[in-house]
Design a binder for this molecule. Structure first.
Ligand code: SF4
Length: 380
């Protein structure tokens, strides 16, 4: 069967097998489909039949120097909202943000990490986070998620080594599309990003974590990286700054994480702690946090199972809290280390261009009077 005249199938978000199947349905053979698929991901080739495959255009780019090089935030514009329900609130477009972050490793090799978004906005409502101010507008499709990697690689010409789901949105609130995107990104005939170079960062949707327990036991998924934003030493503080904790408290969260670590063959997990002055930075907080982390502090083959990144709070717009003093950050990390936690301070990059952790969010959308969509998780 000859190819249909309008056969424009985008490989974005598809595995090679899915793309070959889609092409077969319009009369394109497997050999040609595979070659097109590989050229699309490896060379950025947009030739037919993937001619409609270009990701959403980049409409803004902000760069900021840091010690390791240049941090670049780029903004892609998705199609105008189809329902028009945002247009009448003065929001002409839906934008998503991604950040390319340079890192220098122990061997002095420079690498680039791409921080991708999984949703426009977010429903989780974390008090310290800029994205939360937008509410959830909608979840991204696998193509829109993979499109961020494609744009970073083939438009920004960055050689991306690592991908972290730490941009806008809670990945486990969009778990099916995130997993489909990862299946595409790791396909050997396409982007071929190693599974171990991809990290899902979550605030701890326990239902999603339970699903991951099954996922990581499937062939090829065991090395998927995981990061958990703890951000609090106890339920009282966590309830205050992370509404999700009212649904799943810290004890249930910890039990599920233990299960997940076992399912991943005891590979280490990253924990994150945004240090907010006057909220979660007292010496007793370090003690409570070390106690909560105790199951993750045991060493396997000389390596800690849980590493803790202490992230100095990056003030969101109109933030009620300032950034912490350097001395307080050092003291908190020091206290944790004394308590046996393998803790490190994460250096802040991109704070001025609102590209740092917890600062992604589109001001236009934030200004609207839109009532955030609450998910089942935050309602309970
Ligand atoms: S910290 Fe993450 S989960 Fe919480 S509101 Fe921000 S984007 Fe959502």
């Amino acid at each position: 069967m000859p190819p249909a005249a309008d056969a424009r199938i985008s490989p974005l978000g598809l595995t090679r097998a899915q793309y070959v199947d889609a092409c077969a349905a319009v009369g394109i053979g497997a050999g040609r489909a595979t070659a097109t698929y590989s050229a699309f991901f490896r060379d950025g080739n947009l030739d037919h039949p993937a001619q409609d495959a270009a990701p959403a255009p980049i409409v803004k780019r902000l760069s900021e120097p840091c010690d390791e090089g240049i941090t670049t935030k780029f903004v892609q514009r998705l199609d105008a909202p189809d329902s028009g329900r945002f247009a009448d609130q003065g929001v002409p477009h839906l934008d998503i943000e991604s950040v390319i972050i340079p890192m220098v490793g122990r061997t002095n090799r420079k690498t680039y990490t791409l921080c991708v978004s999984s949703q426009v906005g977010c429903a989780m409502g974390c008090e310290f986070c800029e994205t939360a101010q937008m509410g959830l507008v909608r979840s991204l499709t696998p193509a829109e998620i993979v499109g961020q990697w494609w744009a970073a690689t083939h438009i920004e010409h960055a050689e991306i080594d690592n991908i972290v789901f730490m941009g806008m949105g809670e990945p486990l609130d969009n778990i099916e599309n995130v997993l489909a995107a990862i299946a595409c990104l790791t396909d050997h005939r396409g982007a071929a990003v190693p599974m171990s170079k991809i990290t899902i960062s979550t605030v701890g949707r326990v239902d999603g974590l339970r699903k991951l327990v099954d996922v990581v036991q499937q062939p090829g998924w065991k090395r998927l990286g995981l990061a958990l934003s703890v951000n609090a030493p106890n339920d009282e503080v966590r309830n205050e700054i992370m509404p999700l904790n009212k649904r799943w408290g810290m004890a249930e969260l910890r039990d599920t994480m233990v299960e997940l670590i076992e399912a991943r063959g005891n590979r280490k997990i990253l924990f994150e702690y945004v240090l907010i002055p006057g909220v979660n930075d007292k010496p007793e907080h370090a003690e409570q946090l070390a106690e909560w982390m105790s199951p993750f502090l045991r060493a396997e083959h000389g390596k800690h199972m849980g590493l803790l990144n202490v992230i100095p709070y990056n003030p969101r717009r109109d933030s009620p809290w300032p950034a912490p003093d350097e001395a307080d950050v050092e003291r908190f990390v020091h206290d944790l280390t004394d308590l046996g936690v393998y803790a490190k301070r994460r250096r802040t990059k991109g704070r001025t261009s609102m590209a740092a952790c917890g600062q992604l969010g589109t001001e236009d959308i934030r200004k609207r009077t839109y009532v955030p969509v609450t998910t089942e998780a935050t309602q309970r």
